[in-house]
Design a protein around this ligand. Structure first.
Ligand code: GRF
Length: 207
């Protein structure tokens, strides 16, 4: 059994898309076993309650250092025997404490076609830049900000009338469709990273 933890700080619509996907397509070897959230008021906490996923709510401000904060999370990941991590709107960089234990076992979802528009508000940055195409990227996590090896990308057309809200909605629709499938393939090891190269991408065409 591969136990997956979803790290989220916000709305949690992608967490919910993951839950729906595995409800509709149960996999005998995969379980969403934990939500890790760093904001007590985040909507994802209510969603996790609704779906009955055990949740670790962790207040970074209570720890002296990032290392201490991540060591605490690591004890929880061990306790729930977590083998794979999906970041879904987690608004912190993963530090070496967690990364060293889960190298090649953490993926992230970003609302742009990386390497364009890394960091916060990628949708706003795309609108400001006046691009015709933006999209969604799923990548393995390294120590950088949205810099790890790219697994999958899907383009989203920016229309002239698009607002932040309408473009975010289009991007979310693509994310909800793409991320759970990629997560499944990565957690099963069908898609993996070695020496910064991603293997098994042909799997994406099947899913
Ligand atoms: C998504 O757009 C994702 O790409 C980004 O954060 C957002 C999270 O949305 N990393 P939600 O909380 O899953 O609704």
């Amino acid at each position: 059994m591969i136990n997956i933890a979803v790290f989220a700080s916000g709305t949690g619509s992608n967490y919910e898309a993951i839950m729906r996907f595995f409800k509709d397509n149960p996999h005998p070897d995969i379980r969403i076993a934990l939500v890790v959230c760093d904001r007590s008021k985040a909507k994802v906490v209510h969603k996790a309650f609704k779906w009955q996923t055990p949740t670790v709510l962790v207040n970074a401000g209570r720890f002296e250092t990032k290392v201490d904060y991540e060591k605490y999370i690591l004890t929880k990941l061990k306790q729930y025997e977590i083998g794979f991590i999906a970041l879904a709107g987690y608004m912190r960089l993963i530090g070496s404490t967690i990364l060293d234990e889960y190298r090649g076992k953490i993926i992230n979802l970003h609302p742009s076609l990386l390497p364009a528009f890394p960091g916060i508000d990628a949708v706003g940055k795309a609108l400001d830049a006046g691009v015709c195409l933006t999209g969604v990227t799923v990548h393995f996590v390294d120590q950088g900000m949205d810099t790890g090896p790219i697994i999958a990308q899907q383009a989203v057309v920016v229309d002239e009338h698009d607002t932040h809200e309408s473009l975010s909605e289009k991007i979310h629709t693509v994310e909800h469709q793409l991320y759970p499938r990629i997560l499944q393939a990565c957690a099963l090891g069908e898609i993996y990273v070695n020496n910064n190269r991603v293997y098994g991408r042909e799997k994406i065409r099947e899913i």
